[in-house]
Design a protein around this ligand. Structure first.
Ligand SMILES: Cc1ncc(COP(=O)(O)O)c(C=O)c1O
Length: 466
């Protein structure tokens, strides 16, 4: 069968690309065997995915019907679409030195105190004493205890309520398996796309309505500067599930204690379950809650998911967790935790043992220090971006409690702004409307990047918008 090669966005870790003209089509093995390919070039190379798709048109089709829910999804996931436009730009301008303020992927090396623990675990796997096979689907006890003690100290979260996983995004999808197709959901608008897309795939929604840019049967809770990025719950109808992310991706807004009290009270009154995404909690500078369990009553209504991705550069290592308290029950009194456990045991075989050793090292005193230094570095990048955009006269939001700056371009189409910045400054951003219709008129600038790239990006932005 003929092979078709495609360049995948999701595996790109560098901030810029080798020009496409430099990319000869080899197998990745033979390419890397070529000594002319420096380490630097390899780092910039997008991972080449092999799609076993015939180049010749074939008339044969199977008798298997396509999943109608997947067919409802619009234009692919946001980041592959951005990568497609970026690749088209590179093809047109092969010498362009692209800087990415786009996808929220970390760029700085993982501190050695963490990688050395992973290295030791990996080496141990080559010994009789150190070898281990499948671990507990729920995660290693030591890591669950360390998570409970580090992030939930004084909040009554037991290690047995924490499920270690391969990341928050994966847990969001597995939670959808727990909920099934018949629940109704609410999402912040704008929000991280995984909530909506996993809901569509699960069959919880109707079709996409082009005029409203929304799926029917999803409740979009508008979060804009006009309502201080927090929905007015008193005017919202009930849904079964409320996805809520704070600090929020993309707006960078972190809900206050009073607002989260309102959210928990609303969920309790309506009998809803909150899925609280705290993937950026470590970026909190202001004195807002870092966990939903800081709010009294949350144990009865909320699940919380967290991740090492943006804490320690684990976007590639893969490690996260989800907390499901004992008290959280379905309408028939059955514990949600038991069903989540069942799904984890069926659909997941436990996080990598090497990753879990890395996670444990993150939570050691030295690991915590190193993680916080890394977070501070990205927060300095955020300040540089905020200063630049505000000095150019743009209104910015977020940034204080999250590695994202939400920049307003009033009255403009966000894909047009994305195109303008890409065409004229060779900078990739993320168009706000990719996060929902409430993101129209904004772009998201991510603070993940090497300092020299952030500074170069700000120079180019100053030239573009002076
Ligand atoms: C809000 C939010 N939740 C979850 C994730 C995914 O985290 P993970 O890498 O642990 O899957 C991201 C990643 O960008 C995110 O922004």
């Amino acid at each position: 069968m003929a092979m078709k090669w495609s360049f995948s966005s999701l595996a790109i870790s560098g901030d810029s690309f080798a020009p496409l003209s430099d990319l000869r089509i080899h197998t990745s093995h033979s390419l890397f065997a070529d000594k002319a390919w420096s380490l630097e070039k390899r780092r910039l190379l997008p991972v080449i995915k092999c799609l076993t798709e015939s180049l010749e048109k074939t008339t044969h089709t199977t008798n298997v019907q396509r999943n109608a829910n997947l067919a409802k999804l619009q234009g692919g996931y946001l980041f592959p679409e951005i990568a497609r436009r970026r690749n088209a730009h590179i093809q047109k301008y092969p010498d362009a030195k692209i800087i990415s303020l786009g996808i929220g992927d970390t760029t700085e090396p993982i501190p050695a105190v963490i990688t050395s623990a992973m290295e030791a675990r990996a080496r141990g796997l080559s010994t009789l004493e150190g070898y281990s096979g499948y671990g507990a689907e729920q995660g290693e006890k030591a890591l669950r205890v360390a998570l409970a003690e580090t992030f939930y100290e004084g909040l009554d979260i037991e290690d047995s309520e924490i499920f270690v996983s391969d990341g928050a995004k994966c847990d969001i999808s597995r939670l959808q398996l727990v909920f099934g197709p018949d629940v109704s959901i609410a999402v912040q608008d704008p929000s991280y796309p995984a909530y909506v897309d996993s809901s569509v795939i699960m069959g919880q929604t109707g079709n996409f309505k082009k005029d409203a840019q929304q799926y029917s049967k999803i409740m979009y809770m508008r979060c804009t500067p006009e309502n201080n990025f927090f929905p007015d719950f008193s005017s919202l109808p009930r849904t079964d599930i409320i996805f809520f992310c704070s600090p929020n991706n993309p707006t960078g807004y972190a809900a206050t204690r009073e607002q989260l009290e309102e959210l928990v009270a609303f969920a309790k009154k309506k009998g809803s379950i909150i899925v609280y995404d705290s993937a950026y909690a470590i970026y909190m500078s202001e004195n807002n809650p870092r966990s939903i369990y800081e709010i009294s009553g949350a144990r009865e209504v909320a699940i919380e998911t967290g991740s090492f991705s943006k804490y320690a550069g684990f976007t590639g290592v893969r490690l996260g967790w989800t907390v499901v308290p004992e008290e959280l029950c379905f309408s028939d009194g059955f514990p949600v935790k038991n069903d989540f456990n069942r799904v984890m045991c069926t659909c997941f075989n436990g996080a990598s043992n090497i990753s879990q050793s890395g996670g444990l090292a993150c939570l050691s005193p030295d690991g915590l220090k190193a993680m916080n230094q890394m977070v501070s570095f990205y927060k300095e990048n955020t300040e540089i971006l905020i200063d630049t955009f505000t000095s150019l006269g743009f209104k910015t939001f977020g940034g204080k409690n999250a590695p994202y700056v939400w920049v307003q371009f009033p009255g403009r189409d966000s894909w047009d702004v994305f195109g303008e910045i890409l065409q004229k400054a060779d900078i990739v951003t993320t168009p706000g409307s990719g996060f929902g219709p409430g993101g129209e008129g904004f772009i998201r600038a991510s603070a993940f990047g090497h300092r020299e790239n952030i500074l170069e990006a700000t120079n180019r932005l100053r030239k573009l918008y002076k």
